[in-house]
Design a binder for this molecule. Structure first.
Ligand code: FES
Length: 127
């Protein structure tokens, strides 16, 4: 089943926007980056220390808008594949979410989001 996150024109290019999947105390936080007409989706969880990347709503990019930045300790990630290229966790990667564009909408896969949500909730409850 497909889930419409938003219309493509609801994110500037370059730009980013965040979304929440699930309910309760620990929903899945994700974000989408648009750059040069392409869109990329990631879980909003930094591989360095597990913090959300952004401090301000929908703000995930560096000032020059060429990289994704984690505001906690400054890790920077490539937009296209989520690879950390500088900061405290080089070589680690953001968890990617598969997206499609269909009739000017950005679409995610419900099954994938549900799986990621369950994995995250299992990880949190095991601590
Ligand atoms: S939690 Fe993201 S750089 Fe430390």
């Amino acid at each position: 089943m497909s889930i419409v996150l938003c219309r493509t024109d609801e994110i500037t290019d370059p730009g980013s926007r965040q979304f929440t999947w699930g309910t309760g105390l620990w929903p899945l936080e994700i974000f989408v980056v648009k750059k040069d007409g392409d869109v990329f989706g990631y879980v909003n969880r930094c591989p360095h220390a597990g913090h959300p990347l952004n401090w301000q709503r929908d703000r995930f990019l560096t000032k020059d808008q060429n990289l994704i930045i984690c505001n906690s300790h400054g890790a920077r990630f490539q937009i296209t594949d989520g690879l950390c290229v500088s900061g405290p966790c080089p070589g680690s990667v953001l968890t990617k979410i598969r997206l499609n564009i269909n009739k000017k909408h950005i679409i995610a896969d419900k099954k994938e989001l549900d799986t990621l949500l369950k994995q995250m909730q299992k990880h949190i409850s095991s601590k």
